[in-house]
Design a binder for this molecule. Structure first.
Ligand SMILES: [Zn+2]
Length: 217
């Protein structure tokens, strides 16, 4: 199974070791190395010498594209800024949280619409579509599986995304679903919507405050 991942653009050619210059055109070649896609960033000369025409015949070749190198910004972004779609996507990918697979996909689509990510390649792994996005500025490559969302899952995924953007990614202290650890079960994973409240239920006294299970900090 391919892992989700983010791979940063190299700052030096991985063929000859020379530092990339500002605005230099570089070549990214993506190879499938079983557990993950592995990117290789090389300068024009190394591309011509080592890859060139034959790259797509190499074992495991997935994709190739060119981009323009830009050095990272001198000042790191403000660490206390609010969670954005991009910071959230990075955290979700780094944490490998399969329960947020839908959110990961939706966030990637949001960033694609904002033109921050561009689809560079698509591949099918074990019957599942994998999308390879490149960040237009940093050149980071995001490998994201298409969760093949069904129409009836969209609402809960949208809710998950909204909740994550509002509250950030909480440490997984509470095992939300005990079955999450055993993917072998044939139990359908999609949660059925809760039944409508019985007539008159809203007139009952509210439940005890402790029932919600969430206490402020
Ligand atoms: Zn080189």
């Amino acid at each position: 199974m391919l892992e989700w991942n983010i791979q940063s653009r190299a700052h030096a050619c991985q063929g000859c070791g020379r530092d990339f210059k500002n605005r230099e055109t570089l070549h990214t070649v993506l190879f499938d190395e079983r557990q993950a896609y592995h990117r290789q960033d090389v300068c024009e000369a190394c591309w011509q010498a080592q890859y060139g025409e034959g790259a797509n015949h190499r074992r495991g070749f997935v994709s190739h594209w060119q981009s323009t190198y830009e050095p990272p910004p001198a000042t790191p972004p403000d660490p206390i800024q609010k969670e954005t779609a991009e910071t959230l996507l990075r955290k979700l990918l780094e944490n490998h949280e399969p329960q947020h697979a839908g959110a990961v996909f939706v966030l990637a689509v949001m960033l694609e619409r904002k033109r921050l990510l561009k689809v560079k390649a698509q591949a099918v792994e074990s019957g599942r579509r994998m999308l390879i996005y490149e960040h237009v500025r940093s050149g980071d490559v995001f490998t994201i599986p298409d969760p093949d969302l069904q129409l009836d899952q969209l609402e809960s995924v949208q809710r998950d995304v909204a909740h994550l953007l509002e509250h950030g990614l909480q440490p997984a202290a509470v095992p939300a679903e005990a079955s999450a650890a055993s993917p072998a079960t044939t139990e359908p994973a999609d949660a059925a919507p809760p039944p409508p409240p019985a007539a008159g239920a809203e007139n009952l006294a509210p439940a005890s405050p402790a029932a919600a299970g969430e206490s402020p900090s």
